[in-house]
Unconditional design. Structure first.
Length: 362
């Protein structure tokens, strides 16, 4: 039994900085089926920006947009496009988490402070991680209200598609920087390296990347970190770094307990996914053995399967959801497997290369 040197309860929420939070909220409400459950803006006393809170299962997403010229946030959005700006952690003690993180080498972004209302207070602080991404520490044990003081409770119901929780969040960092951030997560946040993939695991004829999966002390927060490796052509990570303008969050994996349902609903609402050739499914039975799902249904929906020592998993990846080839989503259904779909890497990267070729960025 190893000691958890930096207790984190779980990912509390993911904040996106976007150009138009109202339209982002509409998209996640209508396509992913999130409920719009909170609002903070001019009508609730916020003068320079606006926040929409969306929820499904245990997943909370915040969409924040500047609403006046010259807002500091606008410069970041001009640089990156809409992006994941903050992966916030719920912790027992925000003041301890912040001072301990800074003592262990983190760069502080906001010192601990309280947001108060007549329903109590929420304690918050933030540190910088890779690129313009933050980790906010939050504790609302002394708050009886909705999400955070200032937020008005709203209920624009979505039609949920079975999303349960955030499974993992992947960061892309510059070449040569993966181990720097692996060490940072180990030293600052007490994460452990679960698995490593080198360019022998993750390469095609043309492109390669390296990846290490970091996990928090209690195992509930999982952050794979990718860096590009030398290949004949430009890798998907190089493409991301070029269009994003540096390191940032590449994809967020949302866990479902019924991937056929989740992906059917997403497809019916117009979501586009990466596709693999039919031959992938011809080889599937011998690669993963017996599974509960009908392979023809999986093939029709484009769902991928992989097996590890503990079970199997089903997964699928959306095409980028922004104008730039940057942020995308993964839908993952775990049936015992705790791994990340290594057996699908080759088929996936070839699928991404086909997309890159169309974009002229391979
Ligand atoms: Fe993933």
């Amino acid at each position: 039994m190893t000691q958890d040197t930096f207790p984190i309860r779980k990912v509390d929420h993911i904040r996106h900085y976007v150009g138009n939070a109202r339209q982002s909220a509409f998209y996640y409400n209508n396509v992913f089926g999130f409920h719009i459950t909170g609002y903070h803006g001019l009508e609730t006393g916020l003068r320079h920006e606006v926040d929409y809170l969306l929820e499904q299962g245990d997943v909370k997403l915040l969409f924040t947009a500047p609403i006046r010229p010259g807002h500091a946030m606008s410069e970041m959005i001009a640089q990156h496009g809409d992006f994941v700006q903050d992966i916030a952690f719920e912790v027992d003690d925000v003041d301890w988490a912040y001072s301990e993180a800074v003592k262990r080498g983190a760069v502080g972004a906001r010192e601990p402070y309280s947001l108060e209302s007549d329903e109590g207070y929420v304690r918050i602080a933030s540190i910088h991680t890779y690129g313009d991404t933050l980790h906010t520490f939050i504790n609302r044990d002394n708050f009886r209200g909705h999400f955070m003081p200032g937020f008005k409770k709203t209920m624009t119901a979505g039609d949920p598609i079975g999303i349960q929780e955030i499974d993992h969040c992947v960061g892309n960092v510059e070449i040569g920087k993966m181990n720097y951030w692996v060490n940072w997560y180990e030293q600052v946040l007490g994460f452990k390296n679960l698995i490593s993939f080198d360019d022998n695991d993750i390469s095609t004829e043309y492109t390669a990347l390296m990846s290490k999966v970091m996990a928090s002390g209690n195992g509930r927060v999982k952050f794979p970190i990718n860096e590009p490796a030398e290949g004949k052509k430009k890798s998907q990570i190089d493409e991301y770094l070029e269009f994003f303008g540096g390191s940032g969050v590449q994809h967020v994996a949302l866990r479902t307990d019924d991937i056929v349902h989740t992906v059917s609903r997403l497809r019916a609402r117009g979501m586009e996914f990466l596709s693999v050739p039919r031959s992938y499914y011809d080889m599937l039975p011998q690669r993963v053995g017996a599974i509960d799902e009908d392979i023809d249904v999986l093939a029709e929906l484009g769902i991928l399967v992989d097996r590890d020592d503990e079970g199997y998993l089903l997964q699928i990846f959306t095409k980028p959801i922004t104008d730039r080839p940057t942020l995308f989503y993964e839908i993952i259904h775990r049936k015992g497997a705790t791994s990340f779909g290594k057996g699908n890497f080759k088929a996936l990267f070839e699928a991404i290369e086909r997309e890159q070729a169309v974009r002229g960025t391979l």
